[in-house]
Every structure is written in structure tokens, then in C-alpha cells.
Design a protein around this ligand. Structure first.
Ligand code: PPE
Length: 319
């Protein structure tokens, strides 16, 4: 994924040129990882571009900041508007959106309180997170030798930059060993999540996902899957999942804004089900993409229209 660098970034209330969106090297965040952030998407729908679950992402950003006593100097409404404005300014009909709130430049020392709270919002094209064929063919993953952050160390409920040091250990180990991604267990040995995705498994027609007490980020895509499953009459249980039950599941998949719904076809080189995308995974994917692409009514109210370049022709792919 390379940046195009021609766009604009929203920085502390102003849209600035991509190349000018800079911070000082002695900003608090650089030494101490003091940031919280979001990952969102804007999709091209049958009726124009739409930001997906904007309110929920803004709410989660503010919750993450609250945990770390970061007082965001803008209202939620300003952040929502700034997000839409940044998408429009970059003229992207579909994009990934990255709002970041961080402790800026003033002084160093662990106590962050003297430093300002800075906010940026950037958008770019981000294709298939786990490879171009991943959504259909599935990915090969491993169980990580690294444990996920424990609830009394770094709270997984906050999407904090520092949590991703743990994610980087998980991800790099997986990649250098020939896997696409790693699944971390929590501090008690139960399944937690991938380095940047929540996880679900299917067994005998029932969907299971780790509970929030298993050190998982309260994923917005996870929430979508739980709502869609309920609607389709598929039972979903949030509970502790053992490592062993991953291997004997009929289907396993990841969810995330970047990963969307990615089937897992093997774990530690053990085939999951018949080693291809399972029927319930496909049903959930089909429904998820139908909603986000505007091919069925937005019955959960997940889409916020964005006016991107009025003269951009939007192809309708209503089938
Ligand atoms: N767990 C983790 C650790 C995580 O980072 C994500 C999102 C999720 C679960 C799924 O959450 P949600 O996107 O709300 O469904 N990971 C983001 C960042 C990935 C990155 O590489 O950066 C994302 O998918 O945008």
C-alpha cells in the first residue's frame, strides 16, 4: 500500500496539503505511543459515496480518548463533519479513513498532561487488507506465540496506538513464518483476536466470537456481523473460545474495517472445514456487501451519504 500524496489531510481544524501534515519529532506520541485512532471506510454505493457507521466510529474514538484522559478539543459533530469534508476534498468515491488523536509537542516525561491534544484525519485508497484473493479463497494463519494485551495492562476497549506494538509482534511473527496473519490468545489462554481483526467461528450452524472480556477491540464490523446474523436467524454467542475449538470449527473468519470479512482456510496448517470459504461465511459476506454497496435497503441505518465530486459518474451495480 503506497500513499498517493496528492491529497489533503485535516489537521487541527484545517485541510492542509498531504506533504505539510507534519509533527515535531519530540511530540509526546513519538516517544510514548500516546495516540488513539480509528479506521473507517467510505464505500461507493448504488446511490453515491457513503461513509460506513460514521457515528459508531466517532463514538469509539471519543471512548478511546476518555480511557486515556485525552480531552478532544472538538465536538463529535465537528469530527463527523471534518471526516465527510476530508473525503470530499480528496475526491475519492471510496476510501479508508484514519482519524488520529495524539499528544503533541510541548514537553517530554511520562505525564502527558502538559502536551496538547492534536487531531488529524487522513483518507486514502486501501485495497484488500489480507491479499487480493483473500475474501473468496481465505487466508492461512497461525496461532501467535505472543499473548494479547491483558485487561489490566493495556485496555483493549480503547483503540490506542500503543496496542499495536503487541499487534506488530503478532503480525511480523506470522509473516516471517509464511502466514498472512496471527491469532493471539488472551492472558488466560482463550482466543482473543488477530493483530488487526476480530475473529468468529461457526460450529454446527452456530456462530461464536470471543467476548469483550477476552481482550478484544469492540469491533464495529464484529457488531455488524452479530446484527446481520440475528436478522438472518443465525444464533451468535459471545463466549470464551479455546484454541482447540478453532481447529475443529466448520468455518472461521476475521472481521475488521480493513479486512472486511475474510475467511480463514487454515490455522497452523490444519485445514478449517474443507479448506475453502464456508456457506455461513459466504451468506454473511453477501449480506454485508449488499448493505454497504447499497444493493439492498440500509435497514440498520449504517450509511451516511458523502458528496464527492458532483460530476463523478456513479455506476449502478444493482443486480
Ligand atoms: N481488532 C483489532 C486489534 C483491530 O485493529 C481491528 C481493526 C479490529 C479488531 C476490528 O475492528 P473494526 O474495524 O471496528 O471492525 N483494525 C483496523 C486497523 C488495521 C490496521 O492495520 O491499521 C482496521 O481494520 O481498520
Amino acid at each position: 500500500m503506497a500513499f498517493d500524496e496528492s491529497g489533503k489531510i485535516w489537521q487541527n481544524g484545517k485541510l492542509v496539503d498531504w506533504q505539510d501534515a507534519k509533527i515535531h519529532v519530540l511530540s509526546h506520541v513519538v516517544s510514548y505511543g500516546s495516540s488513539v485512532f480509528e479506521g473507517q471506510r467510505c464505500y461507493k454505493t448504488a446511490t453515491g459515496s457513503a461513509c460506513f457507521r460514521l457515528d459508531e466510529h466517532v463514538d469509539r474514538l471519543f471512548n478511546s480518548a476518555k480511557v486515556y484522559r485525552m480531552d478532544i478539543p472538538y465536538t463529535k459533530e465537528v469530527i463527523r463533519e471534518a471526516t465527510l469534508q476530508t473525503i470530499a476534498a480528496n475526491n475519492l468515491e471510496a476510501c479508508y479513513i484514519r482519524p488520529i488523536v495524539y499528544r503533541g509537542y510541548e514537553s517530554l516525561g511520562v505525564d502527558p498532561r502538559p502536551c496538547p491534544i492534536d487531531v488529524v484525519i487522513a483518507v486514502w485508497n486501501w485495497g484488500k487488507y489480507l491479499g487480493p484473493e483473500a475474501l473468496e479463497e481465505g487466508v492461512d494463519v497461525c496461532v501467535s506465540s505472543w499473548t494479547r494485551i491483558a485487561p489490566n495492562t493495556l485496555p483493549a476497549v480503547a483503540k490506542a496506538g500503543a496496542n499495536y506494538m503487541n499487534s506488530q509482534l503478532i503480525k511480523q511473527e506470522a509473516i516471517v513464518n509464511g502466514y498472512s496473519e496471527g491469532i493471539a490468545l488472551d492472558v488466560n489462554g482463550y482466543v482473543s483476536e488477530g493483530s488487526g481483526e476480530n475473529i468468529f467461528l461457526v460450529r454446527k450452524g452456530v456462530l461464536y466470537t470471543p467476548a469483550l472480556s477476552n481482550s478484544v477491540l469492540p469491533g464495529i464490523t464484529r457488531d455488524c456481523i452479530m446484527k446481520i446474523a440475528k436478522d438472518l436467524g443465525i444464533e451468535c454467542r459471545e463466549e470464551g473460545i479455546s484454541r482447540g475449538s478453532l481447529y475443529i470449527a466448520d468455518e472461521v473468519f476475521f472481521t475488521g474495517t480493513a479486512a472486511e470479512i475474510t475467511p480463514i482456510r487454515s490455522i497452523d496448517r490444519i485445514s478449517i472445514g474443507d479448506g475453502s470459504r464456508g456457506p455461513i461465511t459466504k451468506r454473511l459476506q453477501d449480506e454485508f456487501f449488499a448493505i454497504i454497496e447499497g444493493r439492498v435497503p440500509d435497514r440498520f441505518n449504517w450509511l451516511t451519504p458523502v458528496s464527492v465530486g458532483a460530476d463523478v459518474a456513479i455506476e449502478s451495480n444493482v443486480s
